[in-house]
Design a protein around this ligand. Structure first.
Ligand SMILES: NC(=O)c1ccc[n+]([C@@H]2O[C@H](COP(=O)([O-])OP(=O)(O)OC[C@H]3O[C@@H](n4cnc5c(N)ncnc54)[C@H](O)[C@@H]3O)[C@@H](O)[C@H]2O)c1
Length: 427
């Protein structure tokens, strides 16, 4: 057999970043794939990775260049699907890992998509609104050769929102010469967006979180909760948990950590963040040093910011009994092992935060049929899909005595590789 390189030449073999974490997660599942293991290598290479230069004129008349990516990890089960991240630390390795987790997630909740992800290496907070629009439009035009309603459908992720999706949809439509609402999801409702999409990821986190807590015999309504990341995912999840009576005692974001032993006023904190852009400066709370966040006395911990936050350095100090991964890739494999040894249940990203893509799927379906559903119907369908996916994964974890992460990978990888086998290799 000709030699195969385990790692592509465009990555640093001794520093694989998030892609390295993903590869370890895949290796853990291969023993459970039976005859489908023959196809497992396909999971370890993205199908397509596009790197684009994004030049724009800044307001001061100079020209700036940004590095942009769109990676399609796997399209065996359908078109690529996954968000676009604007962040100064975005790398190819990160976008590759995020695209792969999308493949797993979409298969885990059984929506008919492959996995993809995009990003621009930029701190968007340093751009004016006009610069942000020009950058978004140029990026969309550059990746336009591989995206489309039946090819690859972007959505919001960190630092991207409904307005950015509106610009992406418009740019793609201008280039195509026809309005194509189905090219992105997470759009404003007035432009073919779906009711319920904004809250969908947080609602999914909450829904499966409650299911997992039930299996642990934990009463959510009296639980103490710590949340890292108070944006679209963390903010909504925190709100829904407090509506049951649970107390959110600590919240950390990029600006700092706030704490209140008797429970933070989440509504007031959301209003503060809407104005100040960060939890820092919230007067109805104590300030904690960032490192102390991980030791907070709580029952449920929700990482909902960035990847690689729970590591060997803090996994031994976490007090929660349940971790619900709102963020993608917040826990390193080594930390996962420590948490498992300590009997802490980790509800992994690839199921916990799948609510967003599930309602994105509803949005895409509604756009194709130009027939829009009510919010109650959307939420009911979302909750049903999330509960069914959780139940299937829970059962597999019991049957094989594996973590929920490995169980989710077993369910998802089997679906992806079965589709791969049915389609066969081209040519
Ligand atoms: N938005 C979605 O629908 C969706 C769906 C699935 C997964 N996710 C994942 O959820 C996570 C959060 O996404 P979002 O859409 O809520 O983003 P967002 O931009 O709305 O919020 C991000 C939050 O993370 C915080 N943060 C950033 N850097 C931080 C740091 N170094 N330390 C602590 N906090 C930090 C920010 O302050 C902010 O509160 C990401 O991992 C994303 O991939 C999002």
């Amino acid at each position: 057999m000709p030699a195969q390189h385990p790692v592509p030449s465009y990555l640093q073999a001794d520093n694989l970043g998030p892609w390295g974490n993903y590869l370890q997660q895949v290796d853990r599942v291969i023993p459970y794939l039976g005859h489908l293991a023959r196809w497992a290598e396909t999971l370890k290479r993205p199908k397509r990775a596009l790197i684009v230069d994004v030049p724009i004129q800044l307001d001061n008349g100079t020209v700036a260049h940004f590095e942009g990516y769109r990676v399609q990890h796997n399209t065996s089960r359908g078109p690529g699907k996954g968000g676009v991240r604007f962040h100064q630390d975005v790398t190819l390795s990160e976008v590759m890992a995020l695209s792969a987790w999308m493949s797993i997630k979409n298969a885990a909740v059984n929506v008919p998509y492959g996995g993809a992800k995009g990003g621009i290496r930029v701190d968007p907070k340093k751009l004016s609104l006009g610069e942000l629009e020009r950058m978004t439009r140029r990026y969309t035009s550059e990746i336009g050769i591989i995206i489309g309603p039946t090819k690859d459908i972007p959505a919001p992720d960190v630092n991207t929102n409904e307005q950015i999706m509106a610009w992406m949809m418009d740019t793609y439509s201008m280039n195509e010469g026809a309005t194509a609402t189905g090219v992105v999801t997470g759009k404003p409702v007035d432009l073919g967006g779906s009711l319920g999409r904004r809250d969908a990821t947080g609602r999914g986190v909450f829904t499966v979180g409650v299911e997992a807590a039930r299996h642990l015999g934990m009463d959510v309504s009296t639980a103490r909760i710590a949340v890292q990341g108070f944006g679209n995912v963390g903010g909504v999840a925190a709100r829904l948990f407090t509506e049951t009576g649970a107390k959110v005692v600590a919240v950390q974001d990029h600006g700092g950590t706030v704490y209140r032993d008797s429970g933070l006023d989440v509504t007031a904190l959301l209003a503060h963040v809407a104005k100040a852009g960060t939890v820092a400066g919230f007067t109805q709370a104590d300030v904690l040093p960032n490192a102390a966040f991980w030791e907070v006395d709580c029952d449920i911990l929700i990482p909902a910011a960035l990847e690689q936050q729970i590591t060997v350095d803090n996994a031994g100090r976490i007090k929660a009994k349940l971790i619900i991964e709102g963020a993608n890739g917040p826990t390193t494999p080594a930390a996962d092992d420590i948490l498992q040894e300590r009997g802490i249940l980790v509800l992994p990203d690839v199921i916990a935060n799948a609510g967003g893509v599930t309602v994105s799927y509803f949005e895409w379906v509604q756009d194709f049929s130009s027939f829009f559903w009510g919010e109650d119907e959307i939420n009911a369908r979302l909750v049903r899909i999330m509960k069914e996916a959780f139940a299937a994964v829970w059962q597999v974890s019991q049957d094989h005595k594996v973590t929920l992460r490995t169980a989710t990978f077993i369910v998802a990888c089997k679906r992806i590789l079965h589709a791969r086998e049915l389609r066969g290799l081209y040519p």
